[in-house]
Design a protein around this ligand. Structure first.
Ligand code: FES
Length: 163
């Protein structure tokens, strides 16, 4: 019963309208899961456990199925996001060209460990899987839509200064 309330809280008004429109694009409810989760993240800034349950209820699937997707894809945030997010690719091309050094440099400069954010929520460092721009290796995604490639420690210092 409490899950129904959560579902109703989340899927109301404009969100419900958008979610229904997304559902209509797919043959099965489950197929819309990634897009529905994007919608939830757009609305709430991240996907909480309560939101996972609401999505599961809305789609009529098991909460564990939603949870597995949210935890598998690094593009879903499971807690409120930091203001500035350094998502460093750690997959093969980037790894071979020094991604680990880039992460280490970020950790040192920001005083934040990979996988964490600072207590004030100003910045976070995340190591993520291939971002589809291997020709830019080593590279990172800054926040949601900026990609910075051919990273060097100097480039990182400049990026940090601009934030
Ligand atoms: S391996 Fe880093 S973007 Fe593909």
């Amino acid at each position: 019963m409490s899950n129904e309330i959560k579902t109703n809280d989340l899927f109301t008004g404009e969100v419900k309208k958008k979610a229904d429109a997304l559902l209509a694009k797919y043959e099965t409810k489950r197929a819309s899961l990634l897009e529905i989760l994007h919608l939830v993240q757009e609305q709430q800034g991240y996907v909480s456990v309560a939101a996972e349950e609401a999505v599961a209820n809305y789609l009529g699937i098991a909460p564990i199925d939603v949870h597995e997707v949210v935890t598998f894809y690094t593009l879903y945030y499971r807690a409120p996001k930091a203001k500035t997010r350094f998502n460093v690719c750690r997959t093969l091309s980037c790894a071979l060209l020094g991604a680990r050094d880039i992460v280490g440099h970020l950790e040192q400069k920001l005083g934040v460990k990979s996988g964490a954010k600072d207590p004030a929520g100003q910045c976070s460092i995340q190591e993520v899987e291939c971002l589809g721009a291997c020709e830019l290796a080593p590279m990172l995604q800054l926040n949601d839509d900026e990609f910075v490639g051919h990273l060097t420690k100097e480039k990182i210092d400049e990026l940090i200064k601009k934030q």
